[in-house]
Design a protein around this ligand. Structure first.
Ligand SMILES: C[S@@+](CC[C@H](N)C(=O)[O-])C[C@H]1O[C@@H](n2cnc3c(N)ncnc32)[C@H](O)[C@@H]1O
Length: 272
């Protein structure tokens, strides 16, 4: 299947954003990923596919869990992030450029577990990737997804959108695609059931995000969205946009920095 036309752009990443992501995700996405992997009860010897592995921090952790008799493959469509991930490769851990919309090169039934952490909300169309995952998993294999929850809008999201509604940025429509493609628990269940999976856990969980400063919050969003936060703007406007957004976020800054409470969706299912 080809990538849907409304998918986030994969052309706005940079060495700097990839390196930032490797650093900042260690205290955010990696933690939710570790919890997901705990829920999946990954065992020594298992073969695991990490889809949208980013710079490979979670895959590295999973490689420790499966040990020398298991194997982890991380795939991600961003070559710069895969380059950073490859520095973490070892005998039971490999990385390659790959896309959730084209899993055809991977072996049918070749995995015991598929992990999709902080990625699912970037996929505008969910059925084809899940059907692809079902093909890759052996019967009884597990899939684990931790993702943004539909309807979970924090003050941070609201203020970011407000800053882009100010002139001169309002001349360019602000579309934060990560919000657009979120699902709720009922949608997640229906998606699993229609793609060959039996859900075993679908749960909304609380999240806490902490950023040391408004500027750090903007930087985090840019790195996590692989440059899509400001992709709707001409390059010349981006520095001013960063400043305007940070100014808006100053209202929720405190002595602890910016602390935001939200929710995410965790979903685990078994391949029928
Ligand atoms: C917030 S990062 C999460 C990275 C990693 N899973 C982690 O836990 O740190 C989102 C990742 O989704 C990846 N992504 C976006 N579209 C994708 C697609 N179509 N297929 C696979 N991965 C995709 C991006 O390249 C990016 O690395």
């Amino acid at each position: 299947m080809t990538t849907p036309a409304n998918a986030p752009s994969l052309t706005h990443d940079s060495d700097e954003l990839a390196a930032d992501y490797d650093r900042v995700s260690a205290t955010r996405q990696l933690l939710s990923g570790k919890r997901l992997v705990e829920d999946l009860a990954i065992r020594p010897g298992e073969r695991v596919l990490d889809i949208g592995c980013g710079t490979g921090l979670l895959a590295e952790h999973i490689a420790d869990l499966v040990g020398p008799t298991g194997h982890v493959l991380g795939i991600d469509p961003l070559p710069l992030r895969i380059e950073l991930a490859k520095a973490k490769a070892r005998a039971n851990l490999a990385f390659q450029v790959g896309d959730a919309y084209d899993l055809s090169a991977l072996p049918a039934g070749g995995f015991d577990v598929v992990v999709i952490n902080a990625v699912f909300h970037w996929l505008p169309e969910k059925t084809a990737p899940l059907v692809g995952c079902a093909r890759l998993l052996r019967s009884g294999g597990r899939i684990g997804i931790s993702t943004g929850l539909k309807g979970n809008t924090t003050d941070l999201h609201r203020l970011m959108a407000e800053s882009m509604a100010e002139p001169p940025f309002d001349r360019y429509p602000f579309t934060r695609k990560s919000v657009t493609f979120r699902v709720d628990a009922a949608e997640m269940r229906a998606l699993f059931e229609s793609t060959g999976f039996q859900p075993t856990l679908i749960e909304v969980r609380p999240t806490e995000q902490q950023h040391p400063s408004p500027e750090a919050a903007v930087r985090y969003s840019e790195a996590s969205s692989f440059g899509n936060l400001f992709a709707h703007l001409p390059d010349a406007l981006k520095p001013a946009a960063r400043e305007a957004m940070a100014r808006r976020l100053a209202v929720i800054n405190s002595s602890q920095g910016i602390v935001q409470h939200g929710q995410r969706l965790v979903a685990i299912a078994t391949r029928r």
